[in-house]
Design a protein around this ligand. Structure first.
Ligand code: FAD
Length: 372
């Protein structure tokens, strides 16, 4: 172990967060780093249902000093590259691969990280094939490949929306969708387009929430889709209705609500109940907030294991939820700067990020809600 070369940084995950923060590491002047990706760059996006598209619009705003909303690297724009405003997952993966290529990022694909531990001053990163050493680790392994399947009795009879390859391939005429946030409404929309009857249940009512934060309320894109004729005709919404169990019957499936109402469907219910997230795999290396997300320093570093950073949609600070790309990319330069400083590098190349309205030192969210 002591004879192994020591990387300055090992990044785990080659998704939007891993690729984006790797570019920021380069801009910070860090050269001795590697990104470990268990499948291929953008794997989670490749796994999205074929019809699912980005909610956040992509637009080539860069020329005026505003980064494209879905961009993860300065000066790049998915819409410019792909020629679409709401890319599919597979299209967005092409953009991530292009960024990785342009920046010649040192990414090792097909490299599955099994464990991260701290031994003395350094980290030990165990992959399926070998052990690496690093001074710093950035955990960017995402959420999509770690779906949440508990919370209701009989969850095994449901299909998680993250395992759907295409809505064309789903058999049945009537569907129950459990969860009415973005993935649930996306599923209902595509099923309605195919003439299916859909009932969507949510323990709250995301489509009625008045928050201007799309991490809390449904995005404009989804609200707009809900006004589509076929959606209105085919989809029934049940707000404030929690499904507590699902069972199999001789004719299909039955979902039971907290108040005891029963609903039947011929197809297995679709579970759009979110993700437990990969951060649970490194939970022992972070303090936990009450909501189960890691406690982070102002530089997104673990408060118990110095040198370990978190990047991506699981980042939380107070009541700020960084679950969209345009939110968590704001943290890339903060992390890169903290690591460069710890390595004694001036990180001058990161000053450019400030010009694009990205944070370098702290959390500069406005924190407010829109007033109209
Ligand atoms: C249906 C849907 C629609 C969405 N729409 C939008 C949108 O419109 N706009 C937006 O901003 N966000 C959207 N999001 C959220 C966005 O997809 C996520 O924020 C994004 O994927 C997170 O990027 P990431 O790099 O953290 O995770 P991922 O993209 O999941 O990348 C993590 C990578 O880590 C790899 N990995 C995992 N575990 C290991 C391991 N142990 N060892 C090595 N590698 C590992 C994975 O293979 C993967 O490539 C959407 C999400 C979903 C599910």
């Amino acid at each position: 172990m002591s004879s192994l070369p020591v990387y300055d940084v090992v990044v785990i995950g080659g998704g939007a967060a891993g690729v984006g923060v790797a570019v920021a590491l380069q801009h910070a002047g860090i050269e001795n780093f590697v990104v470990l990706e268990r499948y291929l760059v953008g794997a989670s996006f490749v796994l999205w249902p074929a019809e699912t598209r980005f909610i956040t619009p992509s637009f080539p705003t860069n020329s005026i000093g505003m980064l494209d909303l879905d961009s993860i690297a300065l000066g790049t724009s998915p819409s410019f590259m792909l020629g679409v405003e709401h890319p599919t997952g597979k299209e967005y993966a092409l953009y991530l691969n292009a960024v990785a290529e342009v920046y010649k990022l040192p990414i090792r694909t097909q490299t599955h990280v099994l464990r991260v531990s701290k031994l003395g001053e350094d980290f030990r990163v165990d992959t399926a094939e070998e052990t690496l050493r690093a001074k710093h680790v950035i955990w960017a392994a995402g959420e999509y490949q770690y779906p949440q399947m508990h919370g209701i009795v009989g969850a095994e009879f449901c299909q998680h929306t993250a395992t759907i390859t295409s809505y064309n391939g789903l058999e049945g005429d009537d569907f129950i969708v459990i969860g009415g946030y973005e993935s649930g409404i996306d599923a209902a929309y595509h099923l309605a387009q195919r003439g299916k009857k859909v009932r969507v249940f949510d323990r709250r009512s995301p489509w009625k929430d008045k928050s201007s934060d799309p991490s809390v309320a449904l995005s404009t894109y989804s609200l707009q889709r809900m006004r589509d004729e076929r959606f209105a005709a085919q989809v029934e919404l049940f707000a404030d209705t929690e499904i507590v169990s699902v069972s199999q019957t001789s004719t299909g499936y039955e979902a039971t609500t907290l108040s005891g109402r029963r609903f039947h469907s011929s197809a297995p219910p679709l579970f759009a109940g979110g993700f437990k997230g990969s951060h649970k795999h490194v939970a022992d290396l972070f303090e936990q907030r009450e909501d189960g997300f890691p406690v982070l320093s102002e530089h997104d570093e673990s408060t118990t294991v110095p040198g370990l950073f978190l990047c991506g949609p699981a980042v939380r600070h107070d009541n700020h939820v960084f679950c969209f790309i345009y939110k968590y990319r704001q943290r890339f330069a903060v992390v890169a700067k903290a690591i460069a400083t710890s390595l004694g590098l001036p990180a001058e190349g990161l000053e450019e990020y400030r010009k694009w309205g990205m944070y370098l030192d702290d959390l500069s969210c406005c924190g407010g809600e829109c007033i109209c």
